[in-house]
Design a protein around this ligand. Structure first.
Ligand SMILES: NC(=O)c1ccc[n+]([C@@H]2O[C@H](COP(=O)([O-])OP(=O)(O)OC[C@H]3O[C@@H](n4cnc5c(N)ncnc54)[C@H](O)[C@@H]3O)[C@@H](O)[C@H]2O)c1
Length: 323
């Protein structure tokens, strides 16, 4: 049985490897661990990440960065002890699925394998960032971790969804065959500062359209739902899972559920925008409902999202205005 999670007060003296450190979620995770006193080694090839996130992390003395494509080989870490490995490198936006499907499949398969092998060699604990997309267009609502999903192997999202399912399977295989300490998180829609303004995900789309008073594009009739988690709350969930003793997947997110139409209206009102809402056809395989069942993580930790949607939208809008 999973024990109640005990979080460390400091990570002074520990070394953490973060693959994808220049990205939205991974750079926020990196900063969190630097503040907890760890040495953080970041890896990234900037395919979707940003150099400004690395510049921001460089203000911490214990941050080290290597530019590399992780599926082509990792830097030489022979003389370095590594305690924790976070596998967070992967493009995650639907616009990337059509543009760079090979890169997505390779980083989640070959890249993840190299990180798992490094973890084994170093005796490090490994965490794989999977996704709610492993549930596909779910027939079970809200989604619990034991739901096995409803995913197309050949649809427009399959390069990402199936690559993440493979990454989960490989992570469990390393755990079962070699006894490697592994953790798996299934991240639900997360938003916040450091997202790319044009990355095609719903919150940056709506905020940027509303900021410019342009039409807000809603796909379908807007009745499909999503649950949005502010990035610092997600980091709190990730931290809890890394320090749990359970190798099976944990949902990570915020279980408040909104229709896309209500989300658009909320953002228009919050920004005092004159944007009109327009409707476009729903893309193929777009999930109709998404809400994490957070019982598993909440039954072993104090995890509870702290940032309201209103506050999260305010902070994210401030970030986009500062660009
Ligand atoms: N943000 C979300 O809502 C969400 C939801 C589910 C899962 N996730 C997962 O969380 C992780 C981070 O997502 P994000 O939203 O911050 O995306 P992001 O694109 O901002 O960050 C990913 C980072 O990985 C880097 N990267 C990609 N391929 C690489 C490679 N081959 N070598 C080195 N670096 C590489 C990118 O350049 C980028 O900096 C991803 O694994 C993603 O699948 C995110």
């Amino acid at each position: 049985m999973t024990q109640r999670i005990q979080l460390p007060e400091t990570l002074e003296g520990k070394t953490i490897l973060i693959a994808g450190a220049a990205g939205f979620v991974p750079s926020t995770v990196s900063e969190f661990y630097l503040k907890l006193g760890a040495k953080v080694i970041g890896l990234d090839n900037f395919i979707t990440g940003s150099k400004s996130n690395i510049e921001l992390l460089r203000k911490y003395k214990k941050f080290e960065f290597h530019e590399c494509n992780i599926y082509e080989g990792l830097p030489d870490f022979t003389d370095i002890d590594i305690d924790y490995v976070f596998s967070l490198a992967s493009p995650a936006s639907p616009i990337d699925f059509g543009l760079i499907p090979m890169e997505i499949m390779r980083v989640n398969s070959e890249g993840t394998r190299l990180l798992l092998e490094l973890s084994l060699e170093k005796g490090a604990r490994f965490l794989e960032a999977s996704t709610s997309e492993v549930y596909g267009d779910p027939e079970v609502h809200p989604q619990t971790e034991d739901y096995v999903g409803h995913v197309s192997t050949i649809g427009p999202r399959s390069c990402y969804d199936e690559a993440k399912r493979f990454a989960e399977a490989m992570t469990m295989s390393f755990h079962k065959k070699y006894g490697l300490e592994t953790r798996i998180i299934r991240i639900f829609n997360t938003y916040g500062p450091r997202m790319r303004p044009n990355d095609g995900r719903v919150i940056p789309n709506f905020i940027n359209q509303a900021m410019r008073n342009e039409d807000i594009t809603v796909y379908g009739d807007g009745s499909q739902t999503r649950s949005f988690c502010f990035v610092t709350d997600l980091v709190d969930a990730i931290h809890n899972v890394m320090f749990s003793d359970d190798p099976t997947p944990f949902n990570c997110g915020n279980s408040d559920e909104y229709t896309i139409l209500d989300t658009a209206k909320f953002i228009v009102d919050a920004l005092g925008s004159s944007s009109k809402i327009v409707f476009l056809p729903l893309p193929k395989d777009d999930p109709k409902r998404r809400r994490p069942d957070m019982t598993k993580l909440q039954s072993v930790s104090d995890y509870s999202p702290k940032i309201t949607f209103e506050e999260g939208i305010r902070r994210t809008t401030e970030f986009f205005k500062s660009l």
